[in-house]
Design a protein. Structure first.
Length: 230
């Protein structure tokens, strides 16, 4: 199995000439293994500060239209890079390592189109494993720096890219009115460990509700509640 990233091993002891080598391999199975001292375990046991500035590497060969991003638009969004020509509002779609895999087009009359891979729209150049990110549906729902748009309901591919990250799941408020919709929204992350769910009241969208007016709930509590619904 190929590692998704490598870091300096925090468990190695010995000669200083070898301690600076990146010998700790991080795998998509949420495990790590050191080729030098043979330490192994689950990634969640590693000090988050040691993961700062790195992100899983994933390759893609998607051919995409090229834009000269001007980072302007008719509606506010923290997502970058972005192109607006007075009609089309076009956002970069990326993987966690910053690889460009597509574009999200917001067109007149609230129409949307995805070119390339349905990945993630977000502000930074890449996602940092030491940070916590909030997942929302649309690019205009991204009003805080660490918001990520999943472009509708999240899918298994997107969830797999985010397996290592601390996440806040924030469905639109109307999703909470329908059990099956809520399950569909949460299902790709059902067995993830580092998850909190954010509830938005009164069927509002995230861009209509400030963070202090939302309620954060344990994922286990939400799953128990859904399992008890008839």
């Amino acid at each position: 199995m190929k590692p998704l990233a490598t870091i300096k091993c925090p468990y190695c002891k010995g000669a200083t000439t070898t301690q600076d080598r990146k010998t700790l391999y991080l795998y998509s199975t949420d495990t790590y293994w050191c080729a030098r001292c043979k330490a192994f375990g689950v990634i969640s046991d590693i000090d988050p500060s040691l993961l700062s500035g790195i992100t899983p590497k994933v390759t893609t060969t998607t051919e995409l239209v090229k834009f000269e991003y001007n980072n302007t638009g008719k509606r506010f969004s923290v997502c970058k890079n972005r192109f607006y020509d007075g009609s089309r509002d076009v956002f970069q779609i990326k993987l966690p390592d910053g690889s460009l895999v597509g574009h999200c087009y917001r067109l007149p009359d609230k129409r949307s189109k995805i070119e390339g891979v349905k990945g993630l729209c977000y502000r930074e150049q890449f996602l940092d494993l030491s940070q916590t990110y909030r997942l929302v549906e649309g690019v205009y729902d991204c009003i805080y720096p660490n918001d990520i748009a999943v472009l509708g309901y999240p899918n298994e591919f997107q969830a797999k890219q985010l397996k290592w990250f601390n996440l806040i799941l924030c469905p639109d408020g109307d999703v909470w009115q329908d059990k099956q919709k809520l399950i569909l929204w949460l299902k790709p992350f059902w067995y993830f460990k580092k998850i909190v769910v954010e509830h938005i009241p009164n069927s509002k969208d995230p861009d209509e509700c400030l963070e202090q007016d939302r309620t954060k709930v344990s994922f286990n509590i939400i799953k128990d509640w859904l399992n008890k619904q008839t």
